[in-house]
Design a binder for this molecule. Structure first.
Ligand code: FES
Length: 78
């Protein structure tokens, strides 16, 4: 099964951390050779900016994502 990681690219989420989170996810995928199994797509702002940065993995939404929580989230995914 492929994993779809949606990263909110709205300006609030992006500025609050998704710019770095996106970079981290890309590196994680590369280092673990997951290119064939994981796709990254951009998501639009859904007016949930106050709980951002938001990342949605296979339709499960994660909020206030930072590098530490991202590590745990990615480890649980793959
Ligand atoms: S910018 Fe991500 S929910 Fe608004």
């Amino acid at each position: 099964m492929t994993t779809e990681i949606k990263v909110c690219m709205g300006s609030a989420c992006f500025a609050k951390g998704n710019q770095d989170n996106l970079q981290y996810i890309k590196e994680y995928i590369e280092e673990n050779n997951l290119e064939a199994e994981v796709s990254i797509v951009g998501a639009l702002c859904e007016n949930k900016c106050d709980i951002g940065p938001r990342i949605i993995i296979n339709d499960i939404e994660y909020t206030n994502v930072n590098e530490d929580s991202l590590k745990e989230i990615l480890a649980s995914v793959k």
